[in-house]
Design a protein around this ligand. Structure first.
Ligand SMILES: Cc1cc2nc3c(=O)[nH]c(=O)nc-3n(C[C@H](O)[C@H](O)[C@H](O)COP(=O)(O)O)c2cc1C
Length: 211
């Protein structure tokens, strides 16, 4: 397999300080809307990077479920590897890549558990089978087999007989409070556009970076 000859030019759009919204959350919302309008698969997926106790970073995809002044919200198991990493180091990054738009956004910020009511509301808004799967999965722990998971799932589903399971206390949301954003737009000849927003006091300072 030869990978070194695979290349494409990026020339769909440009990014100037003038067109960038002064508020990065607003600008994020514009770019997210454009990704959603194209009906890209998993447009709301993002790589969440945490730093574990061993000092190694770990990334995995999670789904963005909300964003705004509270921060960027995703849901997971607090006992998972990412949950354990965040408990000892709340510094995280979020990374979106929309290949069709030739765009990426990087966000660095501080993760904090959402209020219980946010977790409760979202947990029970999910399809019943997803709620059961979350309730029976001790995420990121070793399991003896696939059959073991399926038995636990079937047993709970049977027992509940159509009712919602109780949300496990260790399942819930995080808000990522952003401190820095980078908006990247691919350009011709690899001379890409990069705009960084950094929070200084209550203001966002915008800088252009070399590609
Ligand atoms: C498209 C996609 C969406 C996902 N969404 C979530 C999510 O919202 N929450 C979650 O906990 N895991 C989600 N996952 C699974 C995670 O990538 C990961 O496997 C899991 O959370 C365990 O990660 P950890 O062991 O690093 O904690 C998703 C995976 C993919 C590919």
């Amino acid at each position: 397999m030869k990978l070194d000859s695979i290349r494409r030019d990026y020339k769909k759009a440009a990014l100037t300080k003038k067109e960038a919204a002064p508020d990065p959350i607003h600008f994020f919302s514009q770019w997210m809307n454009e990704a959603l309008a194209l009906e890209l698969p998993d447009a709301t997926s993002m790589a969440l990077t945490t730093v574990g106790e061993d000092g190694f970073p770990q990334s995995r995809i999670v789904l963005l479920k909300d964003f705004g002044n509270e921060g960027f919200t995703f849901f997971t198991n607090y006992h998972s590897e990412k949950g354990r990493a965040i408990a000892q180091n709340p510094k995280v990054s979020l990374h979106f890549f929309w290949a069709e738009l030739e765009r990426q956004i990087r966000i660095t910020g501080m993760a904090e558990k959402t209020g219980e009511e946010v977790s409760e509301q979202y947990f029970h808004s999910r399809p019943l089978d997803s709620q059961i799967a979350a309730a029976v999965s001790a995420q990121s722990t070793e399991v003896p087999s696939r059959a073991y998971l399926e038995e636990k799932f079937a047993e709970m589903k049977n027992r509940l007989d159509g009712a919602d399971p109780k949300r496990p206390e260790h399942w819930g949301g995080y808000w990522v409070h952003p401190l820095k954003f980078e908006f990247w737009q691919g350009r011709a000849n690899r001379l890409h556009d990069r705009l960084v927003y950094e929070k200084q006091a209550e203001n966002w300072i915008i800088k252009r970076l070399a590609p």
